[in-house]
Design a protein around this ligand. Structure first.
Ligand code: 6GU
Length: 239
Protein backbone atom coordinates (compact mmCIF):
# COMPACT_ATOMS: atom_id res chain seq x y z
CA UNK A 1 0.00 0.00 0.00
CA UNK A 2 1.28 3.45 -0.86
CA UNK A 3 1.79 6.22 1.68
CA UNK A 4 -1.63 7.85 2.02
CA UNK A 5 -2.74 11.33 3.02
CA UNK A 6 -6.41 11.39 4.05
CA UNK A 7 -7.45 15.07 3.94
CA UNK A 8 -10.62 16.40 5.56
CA UNK A 9 -11.45 19.84 4.16
CA UNK A 10 -14.26 22.16 3.08
CA UNK A 11 -12.18 22.92 -0.04
CA UNK A 12 -11.35 19.53 -1.60
CA UNK A 13 -10.46 21.20 -4.93
CA UNK A 14 -7.34 22.65 -3.24
CA UNK A 15 -5.75 19.13 -3.32
CA UNK A 16 -3.34 17.96 -4.61
CA UNK A 17 -2.95 21.51 -6.00
CA UNK A 18 0.74 22.31 -6.44
CA UNK A 19 1.65 18.77 -5.31
CA UNK A 20 0.25 17.50 -8.63
CA UNK A 21 3.33 19.09 -10.28
CA UNK A 22 7.06 18.42 -10.30
CA UNK A 23 8.55 15.67 -8.12
CA UNK A 24 5.50 15.22 -5.85
CA UNK A 25 3.24 15.05 -8.93
CA UNK A 26 5.39 12.37 -10.57
CA UNK A 27 5.37 10.39 -7.31
CA UNK A 28 1.57 10.76 -7.13
CA UNK A 29 1.10 9.55 -10.74
CA UNK A 30 3.43 6.60 -10.19
CA UNK A 31 1.58 5.50 -7.02
CA UNK A 32 4.31 6.29 -4.46
CA UNK A 33 1.71 8.22 -2.47
CA UNK A 34 -2.02 8.71 -2.56
CA UNK A 35 -4.11 11.85 -1.94
CA UNK A 36 -7.50 10.79 -0.49
CA UNK A 37 -9.51 14.02 -0.11
CA UNK A 38 -12.84 14.05 1.81
CA UNK A 39 -15.35 16.91 1.71
CA UNK A 40 -16.31 17.94 5.27
CA UNK A 41 -19.52 19.48 3.87
CA UNK A 42 -20.81 15.96 3.16
CA UNK A 43 -21.03 15.45 6.96
CA UNK A 44 -22.93 18.70 7.64
CA UNK A 45 -26.38 18.74 9.22
CA UNK A 46 -29.73 19.85 7.85
CA UNK A 47 -30.84 21.09 4.49
CA UNK A 48 -27.81 23.42 4.27
CA UNK A 49 -25.27 20.82 5.47
CA UNK A 50 -24.21 23.21 8.26
CA UNK A 51 -20.72 22.46 9.55
CA UNK A 52 -20.26 25.40 11.94
CA UNK A 53 -22.03 27.38 14.66
CA UNK A 54 -21.46 30.48 16.80
CA UNK A 55 -18.82 30.29 19.56
CA UNK A 56 -20.02 29.47 23.09
CA UNK A 57 -19.18 32.47 25.28
CA UNK A 58 -19.67 34.87 22.39
CA UNK A 59 -17.19 36.59 20.12
CA UNK A 60 -16.48 36.86 16.43
CA UNK A 61 -16.51 34.12 13.81
CA UNK A 62 -17.78 30.57 13.70
CA UNK A 63 -16.57 27.27 15.16
CA UNK A 64 -16.70 23.88 13.41
CA UNK A 65 -19.14 21.53 15.14
CA UNK A 66 -17.73 18.53 17.03
CA UNK A 67 -20.44 16.14 15.74
CA UNK A 68 -19.65 17.03 12.12
CA UNK A 69 -15.89 16.64 12.57
CA UNK A 70 -16.43 13.40 14.54
CA UNK A 71 -18.54 11.93 11.72
CA UNK A 72 -15.89 12.88 9.16
CA UNK A 73 -13.00 11.49 11.26
CA UNK A 74 -14.93 8.26 11.92
CA UNK A 75 -15.77 7.79 8.21
CA UNK A 76 -12.13 8.43 7.30
CA UNK A 77 -10.71 6.29 10.11
CA UNK A 78 -7.90 3.97 9.09
CA UNK A 79 -6.74 0.83 10.87
CA UNK A 80 -3.06 1.43 10.08
CA UNK A 81 -2.17 3.71 13.01
CA UNK A 82 -1.61 6.78 10.82
CA UNK A 83 -1.47 9.89 13.06
CA UNK A 84 -4.26 12.44 12.87
CA UNK A 85 -3.10 16.06 12.59
CA UNK A 86 -5.15 19.24 12.92
CA UNK A 87 -3.49 22.23 11.23
CA UNK A 88 -3.92 25.32 13.41
CA UNK A 89 -1.91 28.44 14.31
CA UNK A 90 -2.50 27.34 17.96
CA UNK A 91 -0.53 24.15 17.37
CA UNK A 92 2.98 23.05 18.30
CA UNK A 93 5.53 24.19 15.68
CA UNK A 94 6.11 21.62 12.89
CA UNK A 95 9.71 20.36 12.74
CA UNK A 96 11.76 18.19 10.38
CA UNK A 97 11.65 15.50 13.13
CA UNK A 98 7.81 15.43 12.83
CA UNK A 99 8.13 15.21 9.04
CA UNK A 100 10.57 12.25 9.32
CA UNK A 101 8.15 10.49 11.71
CA UNK A 102 5.13 11.05 9.40
CA UNK A 103 7.06 10.02 6.27
CA UNK A 104 8.31 6.81 7.96
CA UNK A 105 4.74 5.67 8.76
CA UNK A 106 1.76 4.61 6.61
CA UNK A 107 0.61 8.20 6.03
CA UNK A 108 -1.36 10.92 7.85
CA UNK A 109 -4.92 12.09 8.33
CA UNK A 110 -5.03 15.89 8.02
CA UNK A 111 -7.91 17.93 9.39
CA UNK A 112 -8.08 21.39 7.80
CA UNK A 113 -10.03 23.99 9.77
CA UNK A 114 -11.66 27.13 8.47
CA UNK A 115 -13.53 29.72 10.53
CA UNK A 116 -12.20 30.42 14.05
CA UNK A 117 -11.36 26.78 14.60
CA UNK A 118 -12.71 23.37 15.61
CA UNK A 119 -14.55 22.53 18.86
CA UNK A 120 -11.81 21.38 21.27
CA UNK A 121 -13.76 18.33 22.52
CA UNK A 122 -13.59 16.40 19.24
CA UNK A 123 -9.81 17.01 19.05
CA UNK A 124 -9.42 15.53 22.56
CA UNK A 125 -11.73 12.59 21.81
CA UNK A 126 -9.76 11.57 18.70
CA UNK A 127 -6.27 12.27 20.17
CA UNK A 128 -5.52 14.71 17.36
CA UNK A 129 -2.03 16.31 17.16
CA UNK A 130 -2.34 20.09 16.80
CA UNK A 131 0.39 21.48 14.52
CA UNK A 132 1.28 24.98 13.26
CA UNK A 133 3.64 25.78 10.36
CA UNK A 134 4.83 29.13 11.74
CA UNK A 135 4.05 32.34 13.55
CA UNK A 136 1.68 33.99 11.07
CA UNK A 137 -2.02 33.48 10.34
CA UNK A 138 -3.30 31.70 7.21
CA UNK A 139 -6.93 31.81 6.08
CA UNK A 140 -7.26 28.07 6.66
CA UNK A 141 -5.35 24.86 7.28
CA UNK A 142 -5.31 23.77 3.61
CA UNK A 143 -2.13 25.59 2.54
CA UNK A 144 -0.44 24.42 5.77
CA UNK A 145 -1.48 20.83 4.93
CA UNK A 146 0.10 21.24 1.47
CA UNK A 147 3.34 22.41 3.13
CA UNK A 148 3.36 19.39 5.49
CA UNK A 149 2.67 16.98 2.61
CA UNK A 150 5.37 18.50 0.37
CA UNK A 151 7.93 17.98 3.16
CA UNK A 152 6.78 14.34 3.71
CA UNK A 153 6.50 13.27 0.06
CA UNK A 154 10.05 14.33 -0.83
CA UNK A 155 11.33 11.94 1.87
CA UNK A 156 9.41 8.88 0.55
CA UNK A 157 11.60 6.15 -0.96
CA UNK A 158 12.35 6.80 -4.64
CA UNK A 159 10.95 10.35 -4.81
CA UNK A 160 14.28 12.16 -4.86
CA UNK A 161 16.97 10.71 -7.14
CA UNK A 162 20.02 8.96 -5.71
CA UNK A 163 22.03 12.15 -6.39
CA UNK A 164 19.80 13.79 -3.78
CA UNK A 165 20.56 11.48 -0.85
CA UNK A 166 21.47 14.69 1.00
CA UNK A 167 17.72 15.47 1.02
CA UNK A 168 18.01 16.94 4.50
CA UNK A 169 21.22 19.01 4.22
CA UNK A 170 19.80 21.90 6.21
CA UNK A 171 18.59 20.66 9.62
CA UNK A 172 20.26 17.23 9.48
CA UNK A 173 23.22 18.72 11.38
CA UNK A 174 21.21 21.53 13.03
CA UNK A 175 22.83 24.22 10.84
CA UNK A 176 21.56 26.14 7.80
CA UNK A 177 23.23 25.37 4.48
CA UNK A 178 26.26 27.24 3.10
CA UNK A 179 25.74 29.47 0.01
CA UNK A 180 25.76 27.91 -3.47
CA UNK A 181 27.41 29.14 -6.70
CA UNK A 182 27.61 27.99 -10.32
CA UNK A 183 29.06 29.32 -13.60
CA UNK A 184 29.88 31.88 -14.84
CA UNK A 185 32.87 32.37 -12.49
CA UNK A 186 32.29 36.11 -12.76
CA UNK A 187 28.81 37.63 -13.20
CA UNK A 188 27.99 41.37 -13.23
CA UNK A 189 31.25 42.12 -11.41
CA UNK A 190 30.64 39.47 -8.74
CA UNK A 191 33.10 36.58 -8.47
CA UNK A 192 32.55 33.03 -7.21
CA UNK A 193 34.73 32.63 -4.06
CA UNK A 194 38.22 31.51 -5.24
CA UNK A 195 38.30 28.56 -2.85
CA UNK A 196 35.38 26.88 -4.67
CA UNK A 197 37.46 26.88 -7.89
CA UNK A 198 40.67 25.70 -6.16
CA UNK A 199 40.03 21.96 -6.43
CA UNK A 200 41.15 21.60 -2.78
CA UNK A 201 38.27 19.48 -1.46
CA UNK A 202 39.35 19.57 2.20
CA UNK A 203 39.62 23.38 2.11
CA UNK A 204 36.23 23.62 0.36
CA UNK A 205 34.59 21.42 3.03
CA UNK A 206 36.13 23.59 5.78
CA UNK A 207 34.95 26.82 4.06
CA UNK A 208 31.42 25.47 3.64
CA UNK A 209 31.24 24.45 7.30
CA UNK A 210 32.41 27.95 8.40
CA UNK A 211 29.80 29.54 6.09
CA UNK A 212 27.08 27.27 7.55
CA UNK A 213 28.03 28.41 11.04
CA UNK A 214 28.13 32.11 10.03
CA UNK A 215 24.73 32.01 8.27
CA UNK A 216 23.14 30.14 11.18
CA UNK A 217 24.61 32.58 13.76
CA UNK A 218 23.38 35.63 11.75
CA UNK A 219 19.92 34.41 10.73
CA UNK A 220 18.89 31.86 13.36
CA UNK A 221 20.32 32.64 16.81
CA UNK A 222 17.86 30.04 18.20
CA UNK A 223 19.34 27.22 16.07
CA UNK A 224 22.88 28.51 16.77
CA UNK A 225 22.32 28.37 20.55
CA UNK A 226 20.95 24.81 20.27
CA UNK A 227 23.94 23.80 18.09
CA UNK A 228 26.41 25.29 20.62
CA UNK A 229 24.80 23.52 23.58
CA UNK A 230 24.78 20.21 21.62
CA UNK A 231 28.44 20.47 20.62
CA UNK A 232 29.37 21.51 24.19
CA UNK A 233 27.52 18.47 25.58
CA UNK A 234 29.27 16.12 23.09
CA UNK A 235 32.73 17.49 23.96
CA UNK A 236 31.99 17.17 27.70
CA UNK A 237 30.97 13.52 27.10
CA UNK A 238 34.12 12.89 25.03
CA UNK A 239 36.39 14.65 27.55
CL1 6GU B 1 -1.58 25.19 10.49
N1 6GU B 1 -3.30 27.14 10.06
C1 6GU B 1 -3.61 28.44 9.95
N2 6GU B 1 -4.86 28.78 9.67
N3 6GU B 1 -2.73 29.41 10.12
C2 6GU B 1 -1.48 29.03 10.39
C3 6GU B 1 -1.08 27.72 10.51
C4 6GU B 1 -2.04 26.77 10.34
N4 6GU B 1 0.22 27.67 10.81
C5 6GU B 1 0.61 28.93 10.86
N5 6GU B 1 -0.41 29.77 10.62
Amino acid sequence: MSWTATILTLFPDMFPGPLGQSLAGKALNSGVWCCDTRDLRAFGFGRHHAVDDTPCGGGAGMVMRPDVVDAALTAASRNDGAPCVYLTPRGRPLTQADIRRYAAGPGVTLLCGRYEGVDERVLEAHAVEQISIGDYVLSGGETAALVLLDACVRLLPGVMGSAESGVEESFSNGLLEYPHYTRPAEWNGRAVPDILLSGNHAAIARWRHEQSERVTRERRPDLWAAHLSNTTRSSVQEG
